[in-house]
Ligand binder design. Sequence first.
Ligand code: HEC
Ligand SMILES: [Cu+2]
Length: 427
Amino acid sequence: MAIKSFGGPIAAAGATWAAGIGQALAYTGERYNLPLGVTEISREVHGLHMLIFWVCVAIAVVVFGAMFYSVFAHRRSVHPKPADFHESTTVEIIWTTIPFIILIAMAIPAAGTLIKMEDTRNADLTIKVTGYQWKWHYDYIGKDVAFFSTLSAESNRARQLGSGIDVTTVPNYLVDVDKPLVLPVGQKIRFLVTANDVIHAWWVPELAVKKDAIPGYINEIWTRIDEPGTYRGVCAELCGRDHGFMPIVVQALPEDEYNAWLAEQKGSEVAAAPAATASDAAVDAAPATAAAAAAEQSPAPSAGAPAADEPTAVAAADTETPSAADGGGDDSGEAMAAGEKIYSANCAACHQAGGTGIPPNFPSLVGSAVTTGASEELLSQIIKGKNMMPPFGHLSDQDIAAVATFVRKSWGNDASAVKPADVAAQR
Ligand code: HEC
Ligand SMILES: [Cu+2]
């Protein structure tokens, strides 16, 4: 009677338990295993990883099996008098040869995949990836498209100490950016990976791409994505205070959508004079980009070509100055909008969206002497940094002028606007 009444619940509990274990294993596999990924290489890497994992499991079963068996079967109560044999050449040969064969058997397929990973020849598209503290810069070599990619404003706000924002409500918290790297599916894409300050590493697990970004070196890696989608990664080299806040987002598009996107980006660069697209124009003046353009690019037949042909970044910046000054002269509304964008991407983390800062460490910009005083001092502080404030010299003259104008005219501040030429004079 009692057994009968317990039988049902026990069976049910058993079934629940078994189902739970099954789910837990699947979940663990999904969460903690390498992703299968979306490229031929990523699947090969996954295959190698599983192969070697099972080889390890088999070795563990044999070795621990033999050990536990010996401990149990030859325990003292069964064998009070221990055997006293020594050396066995046969055994030594066996336990040298078998591991050797196992290693060779693992090395052969691994070497094949490694060689494929290193083969960056015949790429359809080359992208220079530059790590900065703490953002990424992407340069589509020969396509006149380049931009910075930074942590999304939403994540950035939520991550601030005492932001009061429940980070679990922020979609893709800390793995979202303002401008993703857009790539075409089905094309062989070569990445030239470098850095501008310290060592970073560009890592997107689903592409099985992970490469150190080292100042002064250019590392190569490639990918060919099979499926359109959004793939996320992070900087994988401890690179300073905000190492955890320079995520990577790759958006893989079908070729026609990618081409449309690319055309749109080019369009915005041709019309880069108004400050609204200042951040796109920034790349013309970024020293690293100009150097790469000079080194990598054959003259491109677009409006961007004259700037790319200029030997130095300063010259490229000069060509922008007159049009930017015109743009700033007649209407500051657009310049303010651009300045606000640059502010929220670069400055708001410390000085806060409302300019109030986080005293005592991060001063308020509202009514501050440096902000509203002589523009020279403000510009040189933005370009060179000061104590705990990092330098922003990598931004273009236009971007710095826009953000300086923004802080000088926001939150009740009422100082004069700043022109890109003023910035060039402070460099
Ligand atoms: C990592 C934090 C951080 C970021 C990001 C940052 N600042 Fe600062 N900022 C500081 C600190 C710290 C100081 C105080 C420096 C000092 O005087 O020692 C400061 C000072 C200033 C001052 C002078 C304020 C005063 O009255 O003394 C201005 C103006 C300023 N920052 C503007 C900017 C602008 C514009 C940006 C974005 C381009 C920016 N800051 C980004 C940390 C930051
Ligand atoms: Cu980094």
